[in-house]
Design a protein around this ligand. Structure first.
Ligand code: AMP
Ligand code: MG
Length: 414
């Protein structure tokens, strides 16, 4: 893999509030795949990212076959009553189509069986009466009825899955149906997760007055897992530049990308931004987004670092809005734009122009409701929510029933 450029996050000087779309466009042009390729069994390749296009080595279906249990013969029949004598053989799924059915006779045939010579039409067993070694039925039946053509689904050589695709259960079915047993996939992106802050304790430890429990690390671990990557727990560091530097050095050798939370703005204890700045490869992105500030991005010893805000709500919104598509690119997947849809608002609100806003939201009935408080420390609202409402950069005021864009968690790719 070509290494990412050291200045890949540097922004042109004089930029103040970067619109969300501009920040996304920057990520999209600056980031690329950083992981190698490995062969992987299709049956275990769920959520893995394809490294090359895959074409079908065999057609699906491979031969013309019957879609129903019934009786096969040549040509359709017109209106009126018909009798066709049966041959002694029958065709079940899996049988080689080496029988030949003479003109004017029919053969018992079961769903999935290849059509033998002399059969191009199948009548449903429910539509015939079998009597005296013959089938009796009333027409019409058109030629080709109840049969599937060879290759009508997939032809040999068709590209059935493209490089960059994250394999779904249905993709595994499609690859298997044409006989593909192994695929080249990207190695899982190793995403290091580090919490920063003197105030943090781990659940299970006692927390003194003034201390709080680390909520971001398990959340980020969950998000990274849901996004299909391999989380690597980098623990917690206090607000000490030396400790943070040592931890980043270590991490840069063992992971592909680092997510930190906390310490990302410009205060005295904000060592993430200070260190990235010192490394000379930092963009403190003053992005016009709420919640989600401050987000800083940089390179540490060749490894990209996403310095997420400490507030859990802002950290999660930043991870979904910027992290998800960026990690996808680093992992060799296609760029992913969140998939949302317009729903009538079950709330009213007005917002100022100039920044994108995301509200914790969920669908109930035919409306989307939002969490009562917009405070970015309210973790209960994150847990309450089932997605986010995205309000556009320009000013709007929303009345009950107006259409707003709801993005369910799944719409962010998790
Ligand atoms: P910071 O960005 O470091 O100034 O942190 C902003 C806010 O988020 C502060 O109230 C921190 O205590 C809080 N915070 C930072 N990291 C975490 C974490 N891992 N879990 C919960 N809250 C955090
Ligand atoms: Mg802090």
């Amino acid at each position: 893999m070509p290494p990412l450029k050291n200045d890949c996050f540097a922004l042109p000087p004089g930029v103040h509030w970067t619109p969300v779309d501009e920040a996304l466009a920057d990520l999209r042009t600056r980031l690329s795949c950083v992981v190698d390729t490995e062969k992987w069994p299709v049956a275990e390749a769920l959520d893995r990212i394809l490294a090359t296009d895959i074409s079908a080595p065999r057609a699906h279906p491979p031969l013309p076959n019957t879609a129903v249990d019934g009786y096969g013969f040549l040509n359709g029949r017109g209106e009126g009553d018909h009798n066709i004598p049966l041959v002694a053989q029958h065709m079940a799924a899996g049988a080689a189509p080496d029988t030949s059915v003479p003109a004017g006779t029919a053969i018992r045939i079961l769903t999935g069986a290849a059509l033998p010579d002399g059969v191009d039409t199948v009548i449903l067993q429910e539509d015939v009466e079998v009597r005296d070694g013959a089938i009796h039925f009333t027409g019409p039946i058109r030629q080709g009825a109840n049969t599937r053509k060879a290759g009508e689904d997939v032809q040999v050589g068709d590209v059935i899955a493209q490089a960059g695709r994250k394999l779904t259960p249905a993709d595994l079915a499609l690859l298997s149906a044409v006989g593909v047993a192994e695929v080249p996939v990207r190695q899982r992106l190793r995403v290091g997760i580090l919490s920063t802050g003197d105030e943090l304790r781990q659940p299970g430890e006692t927390a003194a007055p003034g201390q709080i429990y680390d909520a971001n690390r398990p959340m980020l671990r969950g998000l990274v897992t849901r996004l299909g990557h391999a989380p690597v727990d980098l623990g917690q560091v206090p607000d000490s530049r030396a400790d943070l530097r040592a931890r980043l050095n270590e991490a840069a050798r063992s992971v592909d990308v680092i997510l930190t939370s906390g310490g990302a703005s410009a205060g005295d204890a904000d060592h993430v931004s200070a260190l990235l700045n010192e490394a000379g490869a930092m963009a403190l992105w003053r992005i016009a987004i709420k919640p989600g500030r401050p987000l800083c991005l940089g390179m540490w010893e060749g490894t990209p670092v996403f310095g997420l805000p400490g507030n859990p709500v802002a950290a999660m919104v930043c991870t979904l809005v910027f992290g998800a598509p960026a990690l996808a690119l680093l992992a060799g997947a296609d760029w992913t734009a969140p998939q949302g849809f317009m729903v009538p608002a079950g709330f009213s609100k007005s917002k100022k122009p100039g920044r994108r806003e995301f509200l914790r939201a969920r669908l109930r009935g035919d409306r989307v409701e939002v969490f009562a408080s917009e405070g970015s420390g309210r973790i209960s609202g994150l847990s309450w929510a089932e997605g986010l409402v995205e309000l556009p950069d320009h000013a709007i005021s929303i009345e009950h029933g107006d259409l707003v864009r709801f993005i369910p968690w799944a719409g962010f790719g998790m």
